[in-house]
Design a protein around this ligand. Structure first.
Ligand code: ZN
Length: 97
């Protein structure tokens, strides 16, 4: 979990930590683009909207526009070097079954 400027981790295997850090750093970039607080407002509203559509917490969460970008790119160590601003707007929601 990332609450700018902090990252909060549960106990994880070392192999998973770098991916989680990249995921949360993507969220930091998203938060800075939106001056932090509006990020959380949009995040929550997007979740509620998705929940109305999918009627499922996991699908609603995984299709939040910020999560779509983060999950699609947290395995790419170079992503933040090439990421364009507001990339979360251009991401298409992923079908999660
Ligand atoms: Zn995330």
């Amino acid at each position: 979990m990332a609450v700018y400027p902090f990252m909060i981790f549960k106990n994880q295997k070392a192999s998973v930590i770098s991916r989680i850090i990249r995921h949360e750093l993507i969220h930091f970039h998203q938060q800075l683009e939106l001056l932090v607080l509006p990020f959380y407002v949009l995040y929550f509203l997007n979740y509620l909207f998705n929940l109305l559509i999918y009627r499922d917490h996991d699908k609603a969460y995984r299709n939040i526009c910020f999560e779509v970008e983060a999950y699609a790119n947290d395995d790419n160590p170079d992503y933040l070097l090439q990421r364009k601003m507001f990339a979360w707007i251009r991401r298409r929601p992923k079908k999660v079954d």
